[in-house]
Design a protein around this ligand. Sequence first.
Ligand SMILES: [Zn+2]
Length: 139
Amino acid sequence: MHGSDSLLQYVDDDVDAKFSCAGCGCDIASEKHLLWEGFMGHSTSALLFRCSVNLAPCGNKREEMLTTGRYTLADMHCHVCQVPLGWKYLSAQQEDQQYKVGAVLLQQSLLRRVSNLQAITARTAYARPPPAQQAQRAQ
Ligand SMILES: [Zn+2]
């Protein structure tokens, strides 16, 4: 591993699928730590993960009243490309929502699901599809 990448963490290789940051491709979470699929706000698809890697808090923690109760949240961004991906639950007021504490809720559209087979192919072939825009301009 390169010295400059020492802060970059990786999801276990033994999982069927993992989620990486759509912006920079670094690992974010393993599918086995996916707790819940739902929505953030009214219509933004989101995933709740028990554990994650390569996320760092951005901004101040805040209190917010969501549809399921009041929470203390910390906004989280990708440690590598700094794109805000979602938030971490620091505390929950409701008894039945305590399972969310310590978990992160991330926008599904900002993550890329990578199956293990694809991960292996990408590591060995470094295959990259051509950018769609360039293909169009060539005609
Ligand atoms: Zn990123």
